[in-house]
Design a protein. Structure first.
Length: 227
C-alpha cells in the first residue's frame, strides 16, 4: 500500500489482496487510511488438524526425490507462507528485498520449470495428496506467478473480488493477469467471463499479460494511465 501513496496517488479505491480473500477500502485523499471490509482465514476454515496436514503435505512434497531441485539451485528464504486467506508455496523459496543471487536462482528455476514441467507435476501430486480437503473443504491448488503455488478456498479466490465489485454496483471490470490459463491462479476470473449467467453482455473483460511491462503497455493502450 505504501508505494502507491508515496508515489502521490490521492483517491479512494478497493483493494483485494491474498488472491482476493481479504478486502480493504483505501482512502488516500488526505492520508493513507486503510479499512478492512472483510477477511477470510484459511486456517479457521480448515481447522487446526486439517491445516497442519496441509502444511505437512507441502513439506513432504518438497523433500520427495522426484521433486528435489538440481544441486545448483539454492533455496533461499521461506518456502511456505501463510497469507491469511491463502497459503503460498514456493519450492525455490522467496526472500524480502532485492538479491542478485536470489534473482539468478529464481530465473534459473523458471527456465527449469518450463523445460521439465516441474510445477505441473508437483501440482498433480498435491491434488492427489490433498484430495480429501479438495472434496470436503473446497481447497483449490493453482500455479501462482512464475515460481509458486497458491492454495485457496473456492469462492475466496480472485473471483471473490469480481463478484464483490459487481454486487456493489460496478458496471465494468477489466482484469489483467498472467495466469488466466487452466490451473493458473487467475483462471477463476476467466471462468466468470466465459460462463456469464446472462444473455446480457458480460461486464468483465479478462486480458492476458506476460509480465508487468506488458501490463503497463496495455494500460496505456486502453487509456487507463497516461504517459
Amino acid at each position: 500500500f505504501e508505494p502507491l501513496y508515496e508515489f502521490g496517488f490521492r483517491k479512494q479505491f478497493d483493494a483485494f489482496i491474498s488472491n482476493g480473500g481479504v478486502h480493504y477500502y483505501c482512502d488516500y485523499s488526505k492520508e493513507m487510511s486503510l479499512e478492512i471490509v472483510s477477511a477470510f482465514d484459511i486456517r479457521d476454515h480448515l481447522g487446526k488438524a486439517h491445516y497442519d496436514l496441509l502444511i505437512e503435505a507441502l513439506e513432504k512434497a518438497r523433500e520427495m526425490p522426484e521433486f528435489q531441485l538440481p544441486p545448483s539451485f539454492e533455496v533461499m528464504g521461506e518456502t511456505i507462507t501463510y497469507r491469511g486467506s491463502m497459503i503460498n508455496f514456493v519450492p525455490i523459496g522467496r526472500i524480502e528485498g532485492y538479491s542478485a543471487e536470489y534473482h539468478r536462482s529464481r530465473d534459473n528455476f523458471v527456465v527449469f520449470d518450463h523445460a521439465t514441467g516441474y510445477r505441473s507435476k508437483m501440482m498433480d501430486h498435491l491434488k492427489r495428496e490433498l484430495s480429501f480437503l479438495i472434496a470436503s473443504h473446497q481447497l483449490t491448488i493453482s500455479l501462482g506467478g512464475q515460481t509458486s503455488f497458491d492454495l485457496n478456498i473456492a469462492t475466496k479466490d480472485k473471483g471473490n473480488a469480481v463478484w464483490t465489485l459487481l454486487n456493489n454496483g460496478v458496471d465494468k471490470i477489466v482484469f489483467l493477469g498472467d495466469a488466466l490459463f487452466e490451473g493458473g491462479n487467475d483462471a477463476p476470473i476467466r471462468k466468470i467471463a466465459e460462463n456469464w449467467p446472462s444473455t446480457d453482455q458480460c461486464p468483465l473483460e479478462a486480458i492476458q499479460v506476460s509480465n508487468w511491462d506488458d501490463t503497463i503497455e496495455k494500460l496505456h493502450a486502453m487509456k487507463f494511465i497516461g504517459e
